[in-house]
Every structure is written in C-alpha cells, then in structure tokens.
Design a protein around this ligand. Structure first.
Ligand code: GSH
Length: 219
C-alpha cells in the first residue's frame, strides 16, 4: 500500500505553500484539502487541537502540525531525493537558525505590513527591508540559501514572494534594483516547478488583497 498524504490547507497560506513545495520537491503525491477558516472542519480540529490552524500534513492518518516541522518531517521520511536540510550537523543548525529567523521575524513584519496603514505600515516596510538586507548578505553569491540547490531556508522564505508584486502595487514595498540578489534569488526559485506549482495565481492574490484593503478602509 502506498502512502496516504493529505494537506489541510488554504490556497493563500504561505505556511501551506512551504509544505507543498517540499512535497513537490520530493515528488510525493498528495491531496490538498482547502479549509474554510471561518468554519473549520471537524478533521482540522481533530488533527490540530492545540492551535486549530492550517496547514496540517496528515501522513497515513497521523498529523504533523507547524509548517517548518512538517517540512523537516518530509525531508526525513522521503530522504531518497532532493535533500532540503544539510547532512552536516553544524550546517543543519544554521539552516534551522535562518528558517526560524524567517518564521519569527520576517513573517510577522509582513503580516503587520499587510494589516496596517500609515506610520505603522511604513515602519513595517522599513523593518522588512532591513531584514531583507541581512538575508541578502547571508545568501552571498550562492544561487540558493541551500547552496547549489533549493534548501530548507529557501522553502521557508520563498512563499512570501508570491505576494511580492501585489505588495508593490499597493505599498511601493521594495525597489528591485536595491535588492538585486534577493530578487534574482526569488525569480530563480519561482522558475522551479515545485515552487511555481505551489504558488497561487497572481490575479487571485491581487483580488484578495484589494478586497482585504477595502474592508480595512471601511472599518
Ligand atoms: N506557525 C504556523 C502558522 C500557521 C498559521 O498561522 N495559519 C493560519 C493561516 S495562514 C491559520 O490557520 N489561521 C487560523 C486561525 O488562527 O484561527 C505554521 O508555520 O504552520
């Protein structure tokens, strides 16, 4: 019997995209089930009773919650191709460090940018740009954070870039020429099928953000 792999997800979730990219990199067939977060399914509540959040990876009936933990799990279980974490313990610790930085710092700032206006938005933008500079230094002249191949930090960070053009449209977010390495990196990543297949259509993101902004302005 083959593996049964189900992903409880929401098309817009960058966390869900991480898991999709990892599964695609490994060539694992899976069923993507869209959740309605305003009316969470009994399966989601059963599989993630602690946080009640998507994404949840369900492998042969067993849940794995938290996107980065799920990506590591995928890397360990399907370890015959496309390794995402380095085999060297020190390198592995560094990949985890930067993925954690992306998770705790970058995503939080991006959410602030997404949900605020005026001075707060501008502060979030500035902070985000400082973090990007740091990441750009970390990338150096390598094609990926994982070196020659897409790795754990790439998978953690790249989903944010599916919002990139939409953010720019609404917030004058980032000037491409000031961040040439990170922009080239993002483009390199999105040329990979595992990444492009896991991203939503740009128009869908634009429509969603513009709707959110209308609601924000109303409230
Ligand atoms: N740290 C979690 C974050 C997951 C998360 O924030 N999921 C959001 C959607 S993108 C969610 O399910 N929100 C619903 C809720 O908070 O009730 C991960 O990496 O998986």
């Amino acid at each position: 019997m083959g593996d049964e792999v189900i992903l409880l997800n929401l098309w817009l979730s960058p966390y869900g995209m991480r898991i999709r990219i990892a599964l695609e990199e490994k060539g694992i067939k899976y069923e993507n089930r869209e959740e309605d977060l305003s009316n969470k399914s009994p399966l989601l509540l059963q599989m993630n009773p602690v946080h009640k959040k998507i994404p949840v990876l369900i492998h042969n009936g067993k849940p794995i919650c938290e996107s980065l933990i799920a990506v590591e799990y995928i890397d360990e279980v399907w370890n015959d191709k496309s390794p995402l974490l380095p085999s060297d313990p020190y390198q592995r610790s560094q990949a985890r460090f930067w993925a954690n930085y992306v998770d705790t710092k970058i995503y939080e700032i991006a959410i602030k940018f997404w949900t605020t206006e005026g001075e707060e938005k501008e502060a979030a933008r500035q902070e985000f740009l400082e973090c990007l500079k740091l990441l750009e230094e970390q990338l150096g002249d390598e094609p990926y954070f994982g070196g020659e191949n897409l790795g754990f930090v790439d998978v953690a960070l790249v989903p944010l870039f599916c919002y990139f053009y939409t953010f720019n449209l609404y917030g004058n977010f980032i000037k491409e020429e000031q961040y040439p390495k990170i922009i080239a990196w993002a483009k390199r990543c999105t040329l990979k099928e595992s990444v492009s297949k896991s991203f939503p259509e740009e128009q869908k993101v634009k429509d969603h953000v513009s709707q959110k902004r209308k609601n924000l302005n109303k409230g």
